[in-house]
Design a binder for this molecule. Structure first.
Ligand code: 1BN
Ligand code: ZN
Length: 320
């Protein structure tokens, strides 16, 4: 189903979001170019687990209650302790580093929860957990931006915990420093993902990543997940098939959009990536990076849709 985008709205969207450009998505199945051979994984025989949407929504509420969560704020420390406590049984690693930003040096920390598999391959599911430093003078609580995807990953952790899985390991990554400190640019953004992509390139983990699935702003009650342009056709197809299986295709890929987000540093080093993001948050994305990014705009059903699609993608990506 294509959502019509009037020409002027498309131009306005492009002008307002310098890091995103949009056009209606072609609705045919993607072709696989010769240079992008479609890997064939046998889906795991086990059915995918289903997320508990009410519990995921509660995790959004708890983050919003911490207030703004920009690096070095009290809320940033609270969300870090919250992640430590929620993921303490999940092989949690902390990737601490100092970021040089246009407004000084900041101590940042990515969190990685590791759920083992039976091969050396890895499926990465990712989110960012901080709110923007450049919005520190407004009450920006990031219910959707930061809150929704972090809550969803915590609920996915609940579904993975204590279960024996065959196939690739699943690593849940909670990035710090996704947002700009002053103004979004190549050097003022994506601090955590740039740091981790470089580390995993050096230590060889990047080569073992079968797929990197980023979730961002997935809680909007009016859910429209973009078709982000840097994903390979075969990974888009797996997403489409998972959504079709669950009868939620109407929420996926109505619009093709190029977005700079935490998947970009991994795409640059050759990791197959997809960004499941809804950049249509309020009319013409007006709630994005505004004090209106609050709980009342969200629906547990949206968390459920994206969560179950991701778990079904994991199932489809998990075989030999
Ligand atoms: C996503 C959430 N992004 C920032 N917070 C990335 C982005 C930046 C998306 C600019 C659109 C424009
Ligand atoms: Zn943001």
């Amino acid at each position: 189903m294509i959502r019509p985008i009037p020409h002027m709205l498309l131009l306005a969207t492009m002008a307002l979001t310098s890091c995103a450009s949009t056009k209606p998505a072609p609705q045919t199945e993607a072709q696989t170019p010769a240079e992008d051979p479609k890997p064939s994984f046998k889906p795991s025989a086990e059915p995918a687990p289903k997320i508990d949407a009410a519990r995921a929504m509660q995790y959004v509420r708890e983050q919003v209650a911490f207030g703004p969560r920009w690096p070095s704020s009290p809320g940033h420390k609270k969300i870090q302790d919250y992640l430590r406590s929620k993921l303490k049984r999940d092989g949690l690693e902390e990737d601490r580093f100092t970021a040089s930003t246009p407004v000084g040096k900041f101590d940042l920390c990515n969190f990685i929860a590791k759920f083992p598999g039976t091969t050396d391959q890895i499926i990465v599911l990712a989110s960012h957990y901080e709110t923007p430093y450049h919005l520190k003078d407004i009450k920006f609580v990031g219910a959707n931006d930061g809150g929704s995807s972090t809550a969803l990953l915590l609920e996915i952790a609940n579904q993975l915990r204590g279960k024996k899985r065959t196939g690739p390991a699943i690593w849940l990554v909670f990035f710090d420093g996704e947002e700009a400190f002053k103004q979004w640019s190549e050097t003022d953004s994506l601090y955590g993902s740039r740091h981790l992509a470089e580390k995993w390139k050096q230590d060889g983990a990047a080569k073992r990543i079968r797929a990197f699935i980023l979730a961002d702003m997935i809680g909007d009650a009016d859910l429209n997940i973009e078709l982000e342009t840097k994903s390979p056709p075969w990974l888009r197809d797996i997403t489409r098939q998972a959504a079709a299986d669950l009868n939620v295709s109407a929420h996926f890929f109505g619009r093709e959009t190029s977005i700079e987000d935490d998947h970009v540093p991994f795409a640059r080093i050759g990791v197959p990536v997809i960004d499941l993001i809804d950049l249509d948050y309020g009319f013409n994305n007006v709630f994005h990076h505004s004090a209106d990014d609050t709980l009342d705009k969200l629906s547990p059903r949206s968390l459920e849709i994206v969560g179950n699609v991701i778990l079904e993608m994991v199932r489809r990506l998990s075989g030999d």
